[in-house]
Design a protein around this ligand. Structure first.
Ligand code: SF4
Length: 442
């Protein structure tokens, strides 16, 4: 019996892919374990979004391979996912004794690859980066009753060509899963005890574009949201990652009409300068973000927003950044993924180089981080004394207590029996920090 550990870097899509690979391996008799210690196979599922993410994963694989050379590492080491797709055979120059490299469209073949590697006493390295029709619907879900809140992939790839983004290269063109397959997965999750699903895609609110039609004034994505909301047992729905251009009137209205849709939206605006948005190839103006935030908040009072921002894109001046800062402050984002630009090979922006001086980028990033910390602390403190509806997801990482989330995606640490896990309960908030609330069942 072989023991496998999957180390996952990057976004929720990668987490979902790792869960799918784990489900396939379990079905073939492998033991998939959370800890690396004692595993005889380690698979590193990677992210290519920034150079640093790639270097972290390479460092991890290098460490494992070095341990193996010293007679104490795993028997097989593989690299999967976005970096495998992006760097391919070049990875073997950095890691010559790597056993397996599998790209984003071929993950379902991992059990076959491992089987062959284990059967051969002197196995040859295996590289599998092929394109495969239907891969977006190929990995099984994990309806094993262990997930109160589950990720469900509904769409993969992206046809946009944002100047900074490597995703179209690593994940290929936009493809949506058929609705029946998605709904069957969610019904199975609900039957096993899942209460909340997060629908995942690279550009999730364009779900069905090119393969399904709008009907009755509703886009395929909004129709899917309604169908998911109708599944007994599913009390909460979230979705990510979305694009501002995917918000048409029906999706904004869905936030008023579908009570299961959580009162939180991730609205990645990237820059508040129209000039920089154009350079980034983002097809909207800052004013569109303002209007969209206002419409969403009008549709769902109490809705909170998070965002993604990149500072230091080539050509960004202090005046451009001032517009970003102003929009960021004005819209009151409570969470954010804030990054300094770094050029990525294979992206449309790579040829622009990296002309914004590092200290300018540092200063701009620090300013946004400061604003974000202030805003989230202030909003969390305002929750003290209120009663929040909390889905209890499981034990808190530090042990001894429980962890749940409000509809606004605020993390809540609470005391209570484990029988509360899987239930939505009222929680009286007694304390708050910058990234969490504390409370007790009301
Ligand atoms: S829409 Fe999102 S995933 Fe697609 S290229 Fe732009 S940033 Fe990347």
């Amino acid at each position: 019996m072989h023991r496998v550990h999957i180390r996952t870097y990057g976004c929720q899509m990668n987490e979902r892919d790792s869960e799918g690979v784990a489900a396939l391996l379990r079905a073939k008799g492998y033991v998939v374990q959370d800890d690396e210690a004692g595993a005889d196979i380690v698979l590193v599922n990677t992210c290519s979004i920034r150079g640093l993410a790639e270097e972290k994963a390479i460092g991890k694989a290098d460490h494992l391979l070095r341990a193996r050379r010293e007679g104490r590492g795993p028997r097989l080491v593989g690299i999967l996912g976005c970096m495998a797709q992006n760097r391919g055979a070049e990875l073997l120059d950095r890691l010559p004794d790597l056993d397996l490299v599998v790209g984003t469209q071929r993950l379902r073949h991992i059990p076959d690859h491992l089987g062959r590697l284990l059967a051969d006493p002197a196995p040859a390295r295996r590289i599998d980066l092929a394109e495969e029709a239907g891969f977006e619907d190929a990995l099984p879900g994990r309806a094993d009753g262990r997930q109160v809140a589950a990720f469900v992939s509904i769409q993969q790839g992206c046809d946009m060509r944002c100047a900074y983004c490597v995703v179209p290269r690593t994940r290929g063109p936009e493809r949506s899963r058929p609705p029946e397959s998605i709904l069957a997965e969610i019904r199975a999750l609900a039957a096993a005890g899942t209460r909340e699903v997060t629908l995942l895609g690279q550009i999730v609110n364009q779900y069905g574009r090119g393969s399904q039609r709008a009907e009755g004034g509703l886009s395929p994505f909004v129709r899917l949201l309604r169908q998911v909301a109708a599944i007994p047992g599913i009390d909460r729905i979230r979705y990510t990652a979305c694009h501002p251009i995917g918000y048409r009137a029906d999706l904004v209205a869905a936030h008023a009409d579908i009570p299961e849709l959580c009162a939180h939206v991730h609205l990645p605006f990237q820059s508040g300068s129209d000039r920089i948005l154009r350079a980034m190839r983002r097809p909207y103006l800052a004013e569109r973000i303002r209007r969209l935030a206002a419409s969403l908040r009008a549709a769902r009072p109490g809705l909170t927003l998070s965002t993604d921002v990149i500072v230091g894109f080539p050509g960004e001046t202090d005046a451009d950044f001032a517009q970003t800062e102003s929009l960021f402050r004005e819209l009151g984002f409570e969470h954010g993924f804030l990054f300094k630009y770094s050029p990525r090979p294979g992206t449309p922006g790579h040829a622009l180089g990296d002309p914004v001086p590092a200290p300018d980028k540092e200063r701009r990033l620090a300013r946004l981080q400061e604003l974000l910390a202030l805003r989230s602390s202030t909003e969390n403190l305002r929750q003290i004394g209120t009663t929040q509806s909390v889905l209890v997801e499981g034990p808190d990482r530090r042990g001894g207590r429980l962890m749940g989330r409000t509809e606004n995606e605020r993390r809540v640490i609470l005391d209570g029996p484990s029988s509360l896990i899987g239930h939505i309960i009222p929680v009286h908030v007694t304390a708050a920090g910058q990234t969490y609330l504390e409370g007790k069942p009301a």
